[in-house]
Design a protein around this ligand. Structure first.
Ligand code: AMP
Length: 287
């Protein structure tokens, strides 16, 4: 049977397509994105196709998660190319609503996960995670998926969404999928499109620093403090890069670690020119 593919912009059309699929006994998978799709996004689609029967990709550049001086206006929106990628990847339904559909009134109600949303990315992008958790809950209420797929690339984000879902008893299962990288190690990101040829080379320092941290902790038996210092040394020695943070944290609480544990994550945010990049690497010590 040829695979059917549809795009919808209204919440009514979305709900009726999802209701039909569910009535046919299909489980619903959802992949929330902001578009400018790359192989990282498509790996989430593949996981959704493996694990659910009806795959909904949402494409929505969510204004409430951008700060006033951030890149909302210039964020890439190659809709036709995105739809072609979704169709080729076997997506069943794309939901790409207008801003007015998602935020018909000045949205006064927000959900926030306290604590965890205020550190690392949250400290550098005030209000960002409030926008993220709000749009994700709104999308869950619109799509009503059984399973939703997120990337480990946005490590803190998937952690916050797990808290949101647990705290508010949202009936959706969260799956986190591994970070997809370019052959040279750069984590795929829609924002990589902003990088110049030179900036693209500079950006490699992030994945290199994560490797250094992993080697320091796992091969050299160094402490998180030493691993952190080696990452920072590498990043600050890279011309053209401005470091926001680089740390070794507990993979659940995101608190900085002094002692090595079996559940660590190295996290970095840095700017290359005006492009802000993040990357991370979970690190488990085998005992
Ligand atoms: P975005 O469009 O940037 O909001 O990302 C949509 C989803 O794709 C989020 O769950 C991201 O974590 C995920 N994602 C982005 N980049 C990657 C990547 N390189 N590998 C895996 N997942 C990714």
């Amino acid at each position: 049977m040829p695979h059917s593919f549809a795009t919808v912009q209204s919440i009514n059309d979305l709900r009726s397509a999802v209701r039909d699929a569910r009535q046919n006994g299909r489980t619903i998978g959802c992949v929330p994105t902001m578009g400018a799709l790359h192989d990282g996004h498509l790996s989430l689609v593949e996981a959704a196709r493996r694990e659910t029967d009806f795959v909904v990709v949402t494409i929505f550049v969510n204004p409430t998660q951008f700060g006033p001086s951030e890149d909302l206006a210039k964020y890439p929106r190659p809709l036709e190319a995105d739809l072609a990628k979704c169709r080729a990847a076997g997506v069943d339904l794309v939901f790409n609503p207008e801003v007015e559909t998602v935020y018909p009134t000045a949205n006064a109600t927000f959900v926030e996960v306290p604590g965890l949303s205020e550190v690392l990315e949250g400290a550098h992008r005030p209000g960002h995670f409030r926008g993220v958790t709000t749009i994700v809950l709104k999308l869950f209420n619109m799509v009503l998926p059984d399973v939703a797929f997120f990337g480990q690339k946005d490590y803190q984000q998937q952690l916050l969404i797990r808290h949101l879902v647990a705290d508010l008893n949202v009936p959706v299962r969260i799956r986190t999928c591994p970070t997809v990288r370019e052959p040279d190690g750069l984590a795929m990101s829609s924002r990589n499109a902003y990088l110049s040829t030179e900036g693209r080379q500079t950006a490699l320092a992030l994945s290199q620093a994560l490797k250094i941290a992993e080697q320091s902790l796992c091969d050299d038996g160094q402490s998180p403090a030493e691993a952190r210092a080696r990452m920072i040394e590498h990043l600050t020695a890279t011309p053209g890069l401005t470091l926001d943070y680089a740390t070794i944290a507990d993979s659940h609480s995101l608190e900085d670690l002094d002692e090595a544990t079996s559940e660590m994550v190295a996290l970095i945010a840095a700017r290359v020119g005006t492009t802000r990049l993040i990357d991370n690497q979970p690190i488990g010590l085998s005992s």
